[in-house]
Design a protein around this ligand. Structure first.
Ligand SMILES: NC(=O)c1ccc[n+]([C@@H]2O[C@H](COP(=O)([O-])OP(=O)(O)OC[C@H]3O[C@@H](n4cnc5c(N)ncnc54)[C@H](OP(=O)(O)O)[C@@H]3O)[C@@H](O)[C@H]2O)c1
Length: 240
């Protein structure tokens, strides 16, 4: 592959879990990958807190710099899954709801907007948004905000796909069910572990590498006609 042809990919939330697995899978597939997290580290070239105003813009601009001014694919993966009981003090409940929406949805929208504008200039590109089974099925009573953020992310993905397909800009959403990362570990524990597994016909939660392989497919191989697709990965625990 000549340097000009190597896909340049920006992955948010790549310090651990699904994002870290995606970074590894994409690099193994030959892409030049720029990873992001709250803080920079040895493997993470871009640090930006997506909870802060303008965090998405800062992350995008830094990634563009690291990737030599060309990004072909953006993977919006960074996200939080934080319990928010209904009886939380009202001001605090609202503040926490806004935090989840800022990180999971608004930052992805901000980055997607900059990506579409960039792709329009360079003649195309791909966006891969990591949503959740919760987008379709809903989530627990402590996670209204999380389900809302992911449902909106799916709607945004479809809108981008429909709006810019003619300009060779493709958009995909992936909806994992429980995936064995830190987040899922906490969740499994808080939900009694084995009982939750009984609700998954496959008998286990997903592995981050499984979701990473779907990300790599959408980023590098999926045919253009697939744009707007939403891919499920939940062990048949929610079949649409
Ligand atoms: N695991 C599951 O069961 C599951 C199921 C469905 C969907 N998903 C979705 O898949 C994606 C990845 O989940 P995961 O389980 O792999 O998560 P994870 O292991 O908790 O990692 C989350 C990533 O997002 C980054 N992040 C969180 N808050 C941030 C902020 N304010 N600013 C910048 N970066 C931030 C983290 O960076 P730091 O290291 O700097 O904190 C980390 O790299 C999320 O969008 C999640 O909603 C996960």
């Amino acid at each position: 592959m000549t340097e000009a042809r190597i896909p340049h990919i920006f992955v948010t939330g790549a310090s651990r879990g699904i994002g870290a697995a995606a970074l590894t899978a994409l690099e193994a597939a030959g892409a030049k990958v720029c990873g992001h997290a709250t803080e920079k580290s040895e493997k993470i070239a871009v640090g930006a807190d997506l909870n802060k105003p303008g965090g998405g813009r800062r992350a995008w601009r830094a990634a563009l710099g690291k990737l030599g001014g060309r990004i072909d694919v953006v993977v919006n993966n960074a996200g939080v899954y934080e319990a928010l009981p209904l009886k939380t003090d009202e001001a605090e409940w609202l503040a926490q709801l806004k935090r989840t929406l800022r990180i999971n949805l608004l930052a992805s929208a901000e980055i997607s907007r900059l990506a579409v504008l960039h792709f329009q200039e360079q003649g195309g590109g791909r966006i891969v948004n990591i949503a959740s089974r919760a987008a379709y099925r809903g989530d627990s009573p402590d996670h209204w905000h999380y389900a809302a953020s992911k449902g909106a992310m799916v709607a945004m993905t479809k809108t981008i796909a429909r709006g810019y397909a003619a300009e060779n800009i493709l958009a995909f959403a992936i909806c994992p069910g429980f995936t064995m990362t830190g987040m899922a570990d906490d969740y499994l524990e808080s939900r009694g572990g084995e009982k939750l597994l009984a609700d998954i016909p496959l008998g286990r939660v997903a592995q981050p590498e499984e979701i990473a392989s779907m990300i790599a497919y959408c980023a590098l191989e999926a045919p253009a006609s697939m744009t707007g697709a939403v891919l499920d990965a939940n062990g048949a625990s929610f079949v649409r």
